[in-house]
Ligand binder design. Structure first.
Ligand SMILES: [Mg+2]
Length: 104
């Protein structure tokens, strides 16, 4: 478990924030929607150039927090998971495809 995961675990435990993993995943989706909305608003729904603001940063933090709660619920080390994905992407790039080209 990385430092961020430990901090989230500590806060959840201290404040008795328990929830099923299914609800935690739904929370990730909900927070992604909120992030999307703030980016849309910050770009006037694509009519102007996006400019980063505090609301977007806070929503990104909400996404990260909720994602970490999912990883903690599943006892997944996010550093290890990211390391494995980076290796997978590097392999795909070496093979001539882009990291997101196979949808896995
Ligand atoms: Mg939010």
């Amino acid at each position: 478990m990385n430092e961020a995961q430990k901090k989230v675990q500590s806060l959840c435990k201290k404040n008795n924030l328990s929830s099923s993993v299914e609800h935690r995943v739904l929370d990730v989706v909900s927070e992604l929607g909120e992030l999307s909305k703030e980016i849309l608003k910050a770009s006037n729904y694509g009519k102007s150039r996006y400019i980063a603001n505090e609301k977007v940063k806070l929503e990104l933090g909400d996404v990260l927090f909720s994602l970490i709660t999912v990883a903690n619920s599943l006892d997944v080390n996010l550093d290890a998971a990211l390391g494995a994905v980076l290796k997978k992407y590097e392999k795909r790039i070496e093979e001539g495809s882009t990291p997101d080209s196979s949808y896995e």
